[in-house]
Design a protein. Structure first.
Length: 194
């Protein structure tokens, strides 16, 4: 578990208290609850830490499933687990809808050199990545957008799938067990540079 500074910890506790309050309409309160997510995911959609994913502009179905998986314990993260335990299904759906409508931020990541692009494209095509994540790796529905996601986050996520540390998608775990560190690094650089 990552330890928070005292100011971040206080903000985190306030977030838990606020999210735990019931509301007449989850959709009406989504912007207020979403504003508190900025303490990690960023005010403008750019996460404060590159190991934290961009959620602005991410696909609604995917966001909901991740929140649900955090709540069920299928996806592990101590901070997110504490937050989502305070959310109803309606809150999760409202937050997923809210974030999916935000503009995807530009993280300013550059495309990798052509040799890395060729290697990554060969890996992605052999695994049929574009079939699920679609053209341009924008995903849809429950499939995540990968294009323009933080390179650090992509690399960490693929490594976590490979090791089993992230276990909420058996197919991704099985696939990534076949990838080397160099394969994962090439894919992360390629996808981040879109």
């Amino acid at each position: 578990m990552r330890f928070l500074c005292s100011g971040c910890y206080a903000l985190f506790l306030a977030l838990l208290i606020f999210i735990g309050q019931s509301s007449p309409s989850a959709a009406q309160n989504a912007p207020e609850k979403a504003a508190l997510c900025a303490s990690c995911h960023g005010q403008d959609g750019v996460p404060l830490d590159p190991t934290i994913p961009v959620i602005w502009g991410q696909n609604e179905g995917y966001l909901y499933i991740q929140l649900r998986d955090f709540a069920r314990g299928a996806r592990k993260n101590d901070q997110m687990a504490a937050v989502v335990q305070q959310l109803s299904k309606e809150d999760m759906q409202a937050l997923a809808a809210y974030f999916s409508k935000q503009p995807w931020p530009n993280l300013g990541q550059k495309a990798p050199p052509s040799d890395i692009v060729k290697k990554a494209e060969a890996i992605a095509n052999s695994a049929q990545c574009p079939q699920c994540h679609l053209g341009g790796y924008l995903g849809a529905g429950v499939q995540p957008r990968l294009a323009g996601q933080s390179q650090t986050y992509l690399r960490k996520t693929m490594t976590d799938f490979r090791s089993g540390a992230r276990a909420n998608n058996d197919w991704m775990t099985a696939l990534l067990k076949t990838y080397s560190d160099a394969d994962i690094a090439a894919l992360a650089a390629y996808l981040a540079g879109f």
